[in-house]
Design a protein around this ligand. Structure first.
Ligand code: SAM
Length: 286
């Protein structure tokens, strides 16, 4: 049983709403949206549809990116006066590539009780069906829309040992995939499109194939894109020591002893001759 039996005055609730399928709203969220004095919404027209669907008539106020600072001041004043407020975004969890962080920080700074109402997020929904076995991932949100900034972000991620997770719109998915192909190479990718909606689409392919799919027909729907790490970087990131790495390269690649020694010495910043000596030892054991 949850701890809040009724809405507490002067509390800010951060409420996750569905990313497509309206049945994905939680019972707790519905109750709090009914009980609060005010709902701050990224787009009031969008949220009104959700509220109408669930017969909720709580007043709405807009809270969007460009007005975050100004609106936060007003909302914190109302919270201090004892009003209870729920913050929602257009879809998913506020503050995750959505407005919300400014209000949360200010409210917490003013000593206001901030309560999360967990629920849908495209990030966790996509990861849950990706089949990725990595224990870690790197969430990048939206890559910059400016080509030069996007490319320099991708360049900085080249050696990342973690799967990279991006949000992307149908308008820009092609540019992103094309830059990934150029900069990170033809890695294994996964996209989750239109999650929880009628035309939900999950695809695991190399980046080049995903790119072809976006060029062959018009891409509709919002995407979560996951790009797997370069296999070599992944192996190093698993915390293997030099001996284990040498064994892994010996058993899983066709690389020569010399090439493996040079590569590992360079990757790990070790002396080539000492890595070569240890590699000799391991390769002779085969
Ligand atoms: N705060 C939201 C969350 O928790 O998921 C994300 C908001 S962000 C402005 C919107 C982006 O999330 C979309 O461009 C897309 O990348 C992703 N997204 C949202 N809904 C989605 C869905 N149903 N299927 C796939 N991706 C989705």
């Amino acid at each position: 049983m949850g701890k809040d039996k009724e809405t507490v005055s002067g509390t800010l609730y951060i409420a996750a709403t569905p990313i497509g399928n309206l049945e994905d709203i939680t019972l707790r969220c519905l109750r709090i949206l009914k009980e609060v004095d005010l709902i701050a919404a990224e787009d009031t027209r969008h949220t009104r549809k959700l509220l109408t669907h669930f017969n909720i008539s709580t007043p709405l106020i807009s809270y969007y990116r460009e007005k975050e600072v100004q609106r936060s001041t007003q909302l914190v004043e109302r919270l201090v006066e004892g009003e209870s407020i729920a913050l929602v975004s257009d879809a998913g969890t506020p503050g995750i590539s959505d407005p919300g962080a400014v209000l949360v920080a200010r409210a917490r700074g003013a000593g206001i009780n901030v309560v999360p109402l967990p629920g849908a997020s495209a990030l966790t929904t996509a990861l849950s069906v990706s089949g990725l076995t990595h224990p870690h991932f790197l969430f990048l949100g939206f890559a910059p829309s400016k080509k030069s900034q996007r490319r320099s972000l991708l360049t900085s991620l080249k050696n990342s040992p973690w799967p990279l997770v991006f949000y992307e719109s149908p308008r820009r998915i092609q540019n992103l995939l094309s830059d990934i192909l150029k900069i990170l190479g033809d890695r294994q990718g996964f996209w989750a499109r239109e999650l929880t909606k009628a035309f939900e689409d999950l695809k695991s392919y190399k980046v080049s194939t995903l790119l072809e799919l976006t060029t062959s027909k018009k891409s509709r729907g919002e995407f979560v894109l996951i790009i797997e790490p370069d296999k070599d970087k992944e192996v190093c990131a698993e915390g293997k020591n030099l001996q284990e790495l040498l064994l892994w390269y010996r058993d899983n690649t066709d690389m020569t002893l010399k090439d493996v020694s040079r590569k590992l010495a360079d990757d790990l910043g070790l002396s080539r001759s000492s890595v070569y000596q240890q590699a000799l030892d391991i390769y002779q054991r085969k």
